[in-house]
Design a protein around this ligand. Structure first.
Ligand SMILES: *[C@@H]1O[C@H](CO)[C@@H](O)[C@H](O)[C@H]1NC(C)=O
Ligand SMILES: *[C@@H]1O[C@H](CO)[C@@H](O)[C@H](O)[C@H]1NC(C)=O
Ligand SMILES: *[C@@H]1O[C@H](CO)[C@@H](O)[C@H](O)[C@H]1NC(C)=O
Ligand SMILES: *[C@@H]1O[C@H](CO)[C@@H](O)[C@H](O)[C@H]1NC(C)=O
Ligand SMILES: *[C@@H]1O[C@H](CO)[C@@H](O)[C@H](O)[C@H]1NC(C)=O
Ligand SMILES: *[C@@H]1O[C@H](CO)[C@@H](O)[C@H](O)[C@H]1NC(C)=O
Ligand SMILES: *[C@@H]1O[C@H](CO)[C@@H](O)[C@H](O)[C@H]1NC(C)=O
Ligand SMILES: *[C@@H]1O[C@H](CO)[C@@H](O)[C@H](O)[C@H]1NC(C)=O
Ligand SMILES: *[C@@H]1O[C@H](CO)[C@@H](O)[C@H](O)[C@H]1NC(C)=O
Ligand SMILES: CC(=O)N[C@H]1CO[C@H](CO)[C@@H](O)[C@@H]1O
Ligand SMILES: [Cu+2]
Length: 668
């Protein structure tokens, strides 16, 4: 038995780790809700903030060898709004936009700065998701791993050089669950002109290839997410009261616009084998758990239809093709996406080019990006369907794709009960995300092939380092990696791993240590009965070598292959996030990824479902051995600025901060 949360880590009065309140019941939980008095949140900047008198602006970070070609400024503020026309709720905004406005665009090779002015009442830190950070491993934005938090009233600048990668990425708060409240933005890196592009695999016409390249330089960018009217801190409190996960959202939003759809329980029931569907398409928690707590009606049961119109995306018929890059910035649900009557070619995944693969619907895990091209060959309006993918909730969101329309002959949109009026196009998938027929081709995540084709490093051999990072849950709230729960207090209690590695290595918990430059295999074995997880690794992207259902009794990948397990060495998917396989009730599943851990760095690996990540499912890999002096020398700016004027001093703590009940005695 391990008392994982009672190891006496520092929490603080000042930085009152939300998590220390969390794991205490009752009064502490209530304190969370009043801590910032969010009901009083003004429409704009927090009332106590005075930019002139208190705001700290320092000189920016040191050069990374180039000149800054672009600076992007963000004001982090608070707003009350509701993106689905439901009841007003607390959100964060970046430059007044919840989950970001227009995507930022720059070019492969650019040195850029992201400048954050934190006017919000809560500290934060911003992770640039998917960036390799090979020149700036200190700028990864993970509290407790690469930096300490950015306090309110402070400016913090992330300076990075984006080389050897291109495509759609995003930035988001990495503190607690703040990105779920709105601290999200997207950015697109135009591929270098001399980088090979896969469009010649789509068409032999040089004109069309040129058009596709031009479209890919200025693509339509579509952000998808689940959405709920309950802010993340309230959710946190609710889930601990329920002793049950938050498995019911209000809607799916598309570029921050959504509608609560209510097709009715009977219609929903017909789409699922579960016989406990609520009006919101969720599992009825009163049936599936024995919790004696009351489950909030508006969260789980009441479907209150709203009246938002679906967003319309216009394409230019003359182009002959459309190009869209999608991002899923959800808190919880993986998505399946299709455009009625249009096959699409998926050619990019997590930024990286892949061989175009034709399909009618494709899956985007939480945090992932998929780029698609599709022919504009029949002018009109078509429904884009976005459904939660094989999740505990049945829910869809809609948008419209339009091109070459004869405006004098509009087609009438039709409306089914509980759904918005939509063009009458023929679907590939239903409201639950299931194919409407066997003819629907759904992109299989493992059939993507990275492009240009090449063998992975150390193909056909064991990696230099093999890490077993197995997954198992304790109930629906605690999620472990390698038998351990990442302690959320580590985010704010100590100077970060990058400048203080010995402390974390000494804890010997949720951390691995190997030399920079290693070829590393991560082997995940998922315990029987556990769900799929969208795992994300910071820094280098990974090759997905293989996956399957069944036990895994091998010490490395080469041994597994020799025993007959399917391993792909030639051009496997190349991702910064991967969807593991759910394990059936009576059998585990396995999943292997490989990467070249080139950059000396403190690397976080975690499930991107916010609830899982913040309740244990994270793990640090110190990709450098401090004893050998491999850790990068963190520049002065990053050492000092994340905490204001002074270098970080560990925060003091008292007895009250460490009385955290261990809810997880049976977790081992
Ligand atoms: C941020 O807020 C300041 C103060 O109101 C304003 O001057 C500035 O233009 C804002 N920046 C952006 C990028 O909106
Ligand atoms: C391009 O032409 C080659 C040779 O005629 C043919 O095999 C290939 O299928 C064509 N590719 C496309 C995308 O049409
Ligand atoms: C739901 O399914 C369970 C298990 O299959 C069964 O025991 C129960 O009677 C069903 N309830 C209804 C209302 O159909
Ligand atoms: C609820 O309690 C009953 C009786 O103790 C037990 O058989 C059942 O497995 C429990 N169900 C859940 C979901 O925990
Ligand atoms: C949703 O509708 C129910 C009645 O069906 C009502 O009691 C509840 O207050 C409504 N909730 C919201 C947030 O409007
Ligand atoms: C789809 O395929 C399955 C298995 O081959 C078959 O049982 C089913 O009838 C097919 N469904 C349709 C709609 O064709
Ligand atoms: C997973 O955790 C459960 C308890 O939550 C435990 O019963 C089970 O043995 C664990 N499975 C593995 C493979 O560790
Ligand atoms: C770290 O903990 C593991 C068990 O969790 C133990 O096997 C190992 O010996 C420990 N290592 C050190 C250096 O304490
Ligand atoms: C793996 O080990 C388990 C338990 O030791 C055993 O039941 C299973 O048959 C083994 N699987 C394989 C594929 O060897
Ligand atoms: C989430 C997902 O799509 N998983 C699929 C990935 O590919 C494997 C192999 O075909 C499927 O079994 C999974 O269902
Ligand atoms: Cu998870």
């Amino acid at each position: 038995m391990k008392s994982i949360f009672a190891i006496g880590l520092a929490a603080t009065a000042a930085a009152t780790a939300i998590s220390s309140d969390l794991y205490a019941n009752g009064d502490h939980a209530n304190h969370l809700l009043t801590r910032h008095d969010k009901s009083e949140t003004p429409d704009k900047y927090h009332k106590d903030k005075d930019y002139k008198d208190h705001f700290d602006i320092y000189a920016g970070p040191e050069s990374l060898g180039g000149d800054v070609v672009k600076q992007f400024y963000f004001n982090i503020t608070e707003v009350r709004t509701n993106l689905i026309n439901g009841p007003s709720r607390f959100h964060y905004a970046l430059n007044d936009a919840v989950y970001g406005g227009e995507p930022l665009v720059f070019n492969e090779g650019d040195e850029v700065e992201f400048v954050f002015d934190n006017y919000a009442f809560e500290e934060t830190s911003i992770h640039l998701h998917g960036l390799l950070q090979e020149f700036s491993p200190w700028a990864d934005g993970v509290p407790g791993v690469t930096q300490s938090v950015i306090p309110q009233n402070k400016r913090f600048i992330y300076r990075t050089r984006v080389t050897d990668q291109h495509g759609l990425y995003w930035g988001h708060s990495h503190l607690r669950e703040l990105y779920g409240d709105g601290q999200v933005f997207s950015f697109y890196v135009r591929p270098a002109s001399d980088r090979p592009k896969p469009f010649g695999l789509l068409t032999n016409s040089t004109d069309e290839i040129a058009t596709l390249e031009a479209l890919n330089d200025n693509p339509t960018i579509i952000r998808l997410s689940d959405y709920t009217s309950m802010p993340t801190e309230e959710k946190k409190v609710a889930t601990f009261e329920w002793a049950f996960g938050f498995l019911c959202f209000d809607a799916i939003i598309i570029n921050s616009v959504g509608r609560q759809n209510c097709p009715g329980r009977d219609a929903l029931q017909a789409l699922t084998a579960s016989n406990t569907t609520t009006d919101k398409g969720c599992l009825n928690p009163n049936v599936i758990t024995n919790s004696t707590q009351e489950f909030d009606a508006d969260v789980w049961f009441n479907c209150n239809e709203t009246d938002t119109a679906p967003p319309v995306f216009e394409f230019n018929y003359e182009d002959g093709w459309g190009v869209i890059h999608f991002l899923n910035h959800a808190e919880h649900w993986d998505m399946i996406v299709s455009i009625d009557e249009h096959e699409v070619f998926t050619f990019a995944a997590d930024g990286n080019f892949h061989e175009p693969l034709v399909n009618d619907a494709f899956i985007i895990g939480v945090s992932n990006r998929i780029g698609v091209a599709f022919r504009l060959d029949k002018p009109g309006e078509y429904v884009m369907r976005v459904a939660a993918y094989q999740d505990p909730q049945i829910v869809s969101g809609y948008a419209v794709v339009r091109y070459g329309m004869d405006v004098s002959a509009p087609v009438e949109w039709t409306q089914e009960p509980g759904l918005p009026a939509l063009p009458p196009s023929q679907p590939f998938i239903d409201y639950a995300g299931n194919p409407v027929s066997n003819a629907t081709r759904v992109m299989d995540n493992l059939s993507l092939r990275s492009w240009p084709n090449e063998l992975v490093p150390k193909a056909y051999e064991a990696a230099d380092v093999t890490l077993r990072l197995d997954f198992n849950a304790s109930g629906t709230l605690f999620w472990g990696i390698a038998g351990e729960l990442y302690n959320p207090l580590l985010e704010t209690s100590q100077p970060p791993v990058l400048t203080n590695p010995d402390y974390y290595l000494g804890l010997n918990m949720s951390i691995a240590n190997y030399p920079a430059g290693s070829v590393v295999d991560l082997i995940h074995v998922t315990a029987p009965g556990n769900p799929r997880h969208p795992i994300h690794k910071h820094f280098e992207h990974v090759w997905v070598l293989g996956a399957g259902v069944g036990s895994f009794n091998y010490s490395d990948t080469a041994e597994a292959e020799a025993a007959g397990l399917p391993i792909m060495w030639d051009s496997p998917p190349f991702r910064d996030g991967w969807l593991t396989l759910a394990a059936p009730q009576d059998e585990p599943s396995w999943f292997i990824v490989r990467y070249e851990g080139a950059t000396a760095a403190a690397v976080l690996l975690h499930c991107h479902i916010l609830e899982h990540q913040n309740n244990g499912m994270a793990f640090t890999m110190l990709q450098a051995q401090p004893a050998r002096g491999q850790l990068p020398q963190v520049p002065e700016y990053y050492r000092a600025r994340a905490n204001g004027e002074e270098l970080y001093t560990p925060l003091e703590f008292g007895d009250a901060d460490i009385t955290i009940p261990v809810l997880i005695d049976d977790f081992e």
